[in-house]
Each structure stands twice: as C-alpha cells, then as structure tokens.
Ligand binder design. Structure first.
Ligand code: AMP
Length: 220
C-alpha cells in the first residue's frame, strides 16, 4: 500500500474536458467549488473553496496511476480507463453516473466474419485483448491513439474497440456497433492508504458526493 500525498488535506485528480465539466457541478453540490476558472488558467493544481482540498488536472489515462501511487488521494476516472489500467491498486467506492457511454466492438455492418487472424484496433489494448480471448477468438490488437473509426475503412483492421455515445461518429463513417463490452461511467477512486489514514475526511467527501449523485438522479 502506498503512502498518501500528505498527512492533511485532500488532493483529487481529474482530467480536463468532459470529466472535469461534469464533475465540477457534483463537487459544487458537495460544497467544493473551484476558486479560479480552469479554462482561463494554465495551472495544473487548482485551489478550491475548501482550503485543504485541491484538484490536480492530469491526462485521463494517468488518473489511476496518480491515485494508486498516492500522488492524489482521490480521482475521477472513466470505467474504461480503470478497466484498461487493471489491477486492484485502488478502491472504487462510488459510481458518479456521469460521462456515460458504452464500450463496443464496432466495424463495417454486413461484413462476413473475417477468415484467419482478426485484426482489432483500439486505444484499449488490454480490454480488447481480454474481450476477444474470452470469446476464444485469436486477435491481433493494434494500438491506436485516436481517429479509431478510420482504421477499418482503410483496411488497417477488421474491427475497432471504442467508446460510443450517440453512435453518430460510427454512422458518419459507415460503421456500426456490433458487440457491447461494458457500460461506462466515471467513478470516484481512492488511494488505499488515504482511505485508512484520512478515513474521516475521505468518508465525509464520499458521503457528500454520494448525496449529490442521489439528488441528481432524483431530479432527472
Ligand atoms: P458518439 O459519436 O456520440 O457515439 O461519440 C463517440 C466519440 O466520442 C468517440 O470518439 C468516443 O471516443 C468519444 N466519447 C463518447 N463518450 C465518451 C465518454 N464518456 N468519455 C470519453 N470519450 C467519449
């Protein structure tokens, strides 16, 4: 178990973009507001209205690593990122029910099952590998960093594994969802040592966020 970032205070790791945008209203409802607008600042450590609570802004895929190593006490990470990261190095006590989408296998509709070894392109190589292995299908997984939808169109792969929300990006590129892998939403993750050593503070935040999620659900 790795040590938390400091003896006092809480550091929360969040990624910029969709997750930050949707996490801020929940944090505000839990009584934690940013002091400055993150859009107009290049700061990566942001103060909040609670003097010993700070937000650190990092890449989405790095959130589990920061939290696991105790560089942040808590974090907000998509389930996709957590599944890809793997391991049991952190607690995942709360589904924040934001940034929802699905992780899917997608490809050209109506294509016959490819003969021989499948080629699958994805940012999520571990998830893709596990998914096809569980189906007993041999697949070569090709790591890509973006514009996944292009890969089947130019013959790089037979299928992609990607996040799908409305499905518009797939449709616009002549692709279709074929096989669901997981329902995705953002989760609150907690460093294991911080959960013990800062138990009272972490529990208070957890309970305030859990109430905020509940209120949001009842308002929907
Ligand atoms: P859509 O066209 O609405 O199906 O959105 C698909 C695109 O948005 C893909 O490029 C996804 O990688 C991205 N996307 C959709 N939902 C999420 C999410 N919750 N988190 C991160 N990326 C997402």
């Amino acid at each position: 178990m790795r040590e938390p970032a400091s003896d006092t205070g809480l550091t929360i790791a969040v990624s910029k973009g969709r997750i930050l945008e949707q996490t801020l209203p929940l944090l505000a409802d839990a009584g934690i507001e940013l002091v400055a607008d993150p859009q107009s600042s290049r700061k990566l450590v942001l103060d909040t209205s609670v003097s010993d609570v700070k937000l650190v802004l990092i890449r989405a895929a790095d959130v589990p690593t920061y939290v696991e190593y105790g560089a942040a006490d808590l974090g907000v990470a998509g389930k996709d990122v957590l599944l890809e990261h793997g391991g049991d190095g952190l607690y995942e006590p709360l589904d924040l029910e934001i940034a929802r989408c699905r992780l899917m296998v997608a490809g050209c509709p109506d294509q016959p099952e490819p003969r021989g070894r499948l080629r699958v392109a994805s940012k999520f190589v571990n998830i893709a590998h596990r998914h096809f292995a569980a189906q007993g299908r041999q697949a070569e997984i090709i790591k890509l960093y973006g514009s996944m939808e292009l890969a089947p169109l130019v013959g790089l792969c037979h299928y992609i594994v990607d996040l799908v929300d409305t499905g518009n990006t797939l449709t616009a590129n002549g692709l279709a969802p074929l096989d669901p892998i997981a329902d995705i939403s953002a989760r609150l993750v907690v460093n294991k040592a911080a959960m013990k050593m800062k138990h009272r503070r972490v529990k208070m935040l957890l309970s305030a966020l859990s109430d905020a999620v509940e209120r949001r659900r009842s308002a929907e």
